[in-house]
Design a protein around this ligand. Sequence first.
Ligand code: FAD
Length: 510
Amino acid sequence: MKQYDVVVIGAGNGGLAAAVKLLSAGKSCLVCEKHNLPGGFATSFVRGRFEFEASLHEFNGIGTPENPGSTRLLFRELGVEDKIEWVQLKDAFHLISKEEDYRFTMPFGLEAFAEAADKLYPGGKKYTEQLFSVGLQIREALEYLSISKGKPDPSILKEKYPDFLRFASCSVSEGFNAMGFPKMIKDICSAYWCYLGAHCDNLGFIHYVNMLYSYISGGAAIPKHRSHELSLAFETRIRELGGDIWYNAEVTRIITDDMGHVSGVQINDGTEIKTRHVIANCSPHVVYGRLMDPEAVPERALKLTNSRKLAGRGFTVFLALDRSPDDLGIKEHNYFIYDTCDSVRQYKNMGKLHENSAQATVCLNRAIPDCSPEGTTILYMTTLFTEDVWSLVTAEDYFKVKNEVAASMIDRFEKSTDTHIRDHIEEIAVATPITYARYCGHPQGTVYGYESQYWDGLLPRVMMVEEDHFVPGLRIGGGYGERLLGYPSSYKSGYNEAVRTLRDMEKEGE
Ligand SMILES: Cc1cc2nc3c(=O)[nH]c(=O)nc-3n(C[C@H](O)[C@H](O)[C@H](O)COP(=O)(O)OP(=O)(O)OC[C@H]3O[C@@H](n4cnc5c(N)ncnc54)[C@H](O)[C@@H]3O)c2cc1C
């Protein structure tokens, strides 16, 4: 029987980062991936003469080699920085909202963003500057919490991070109200809410403002050769460090011993691998509900998992168009298109099959002009379903409903941007929650892990990380982890779980 210090289940961002960290520390490590390629959502696919990005709209926390963001520093430490070519994005977002009649672009950069807010709403600069100063404090306080391993000194928190404490228990809406923001400033500053998939009455202020600050202060980037480039960089690094990756190797069972400690895993062809440590890059619903023997799952693990809310289920329309963006009048890289900037109402409408009217749409050529053959365009439109409505669609109706939802997203894009793209579609692919559920194995096709909630947002998860560790030898990292969804968070979460696993091994004398 093969034996490894650690087995990582899943070669998504979290699993790949965890494996590199473990191997760098001299441990033996096997990554088991059910697919035939690495990356999970961080991948690309080809239709006709086009290579589509499968998920990434934008990546924050990269910065530049001279002024690196936190994720670039992580990539540097893991030895993958030089394997990736980044393209910096010019603007933050182009917001279109029907109800408020908004159509404007917001730039990256704290000053530029504040100036733009001021032009849209006289006096807006003052409010945004106030928010960014709180954002900086939040970032520093979170770094302090991370260093203090969940046991911060309250006097330091009070003295150095008073705004952090003031807003710690607030939702985004409560925080913006407390700061006296007028509606338009609230709308501008909360436009990114769809990236976290929870509405502003539920979404933790600390989590959201930390993300907003990261995007606006450091800008965002994308890899030149799609997110598959990121996954390949990690896969190459794992092999350089002597690690193993097995593809088409779905883990079907996590085995525990009489003491409840992890003792191995079994994969789909029946092979058993001996290990005392597993990092699962998949959903806790799958880990506790399918991979473990029921009697080996602690009750608290089940209670916590069942009380969590699955985040948005993904739906994406991928289009390749036979005209250039200039010919089609597509001006922006990143569109947020809403019916209303009232995120509570918008979120509710995203729970309905035929009424979902929000989309985040990317024109890849506006960031990478040569990403498709000359005279063509790659455009992809994503929305989230906030309820499990796709389980109501029968197998017979599936293609009809999928086409209707895709068509309504194309219509909405055309109407909102005064463009005409429908007659120029050369390739089209549509991913529904069913596609995402099958692709990565996530329940109901959620692409965002567990939704960020008051009680289950960034702060409670960071503070409770050790208390929420239930099975000796088993750690869970990636988009379901303490940093929640997203590229930077899933890499960081995988890395953090590897550090904790190394600590567990040290404690156990391994
Ligand atoms: C359309 C779309 C757009 C997005 N846009 C952005 C964006 O612009 N910016 C951003 O930051 N984030 C974005 N995200 C979110 C981001 O892609 C995810 O949060 C992140 O990729 C999740 O990484 P992960 O580590 O959780 O792994 P996942 O990508 O969830 O991968 C898990 C891996 O584990 C494997 N696996 C599961 N079970 C098993 C098993 N039993 N045995 C073996 N292997 C198994 C799966 O096959 C998969 O490869 C987007 C997601 C989607 C779908």
